[in-house]
Design a protein around this ligand. Structure first.
Ligand code: ZN
Length: 132
């Protein structure tokens, strides 16, 4: 089995926005600007600066920092044992090397390309070429 360059992991991204709610409206509407957790704003475009100036008017409540986050799965990566191409192992069962014909599962085990693919995708089995 090939050595993984990186292991798969869940990555959580946390971002903050400085939100200005518009007064006298029944919906949640206003401006939101990217900022850090303390509400400090980064660089803004000319249009954002204009919007920010508008958000300072009496038509808006004072800004509040809002936290938002999302997460995603970052797949493991490895070097192909035959040609050295770096692969990202997105798929559980079949990750074809773009540099040669080798195929690996998500753990970096070389598997037989297309061998029993339907069955192994259906049943979630790993086919190790060393078994055949
Ligand atoms: Zn390869």
């Amino acid at each position: 089995m090939a050595k993984l360059l990186t292991h798969g992991k869940r990555v959580t991204v946390v971002e903050y926005g400085l939100f200005f709610q518009r007064k006298n409206v029944s919906y949640s509407g206003g401006y939101e600007f990217d900022c850090d957790e303390h509400g400090r704003l980064g660089d803004m475009t000319a249009m954002q600066k204009e919007s920010y100036a508008d958000a300072q008017s009496d038509a808006y409540y004072a800004g509040e920092v809002r936290r938002r986050s999302h997460s995603y799965w970052e797949p493991a990566s490895m070097e192909c044992t035959r040609c050295g191409t770096v692969l990202h192992l997105h798929d559980a069962m079949s990750n074809d090397c773009t540099g040669c014909d080798n195929c690996y599962n998500s753990s970096g085990q070389q598997v037989i390309k297309n061998y029993g693919r339907e069955e192994c995708e259906r049943d979630g089995w790993a086919y190790d070429v060393n078994d055949y």
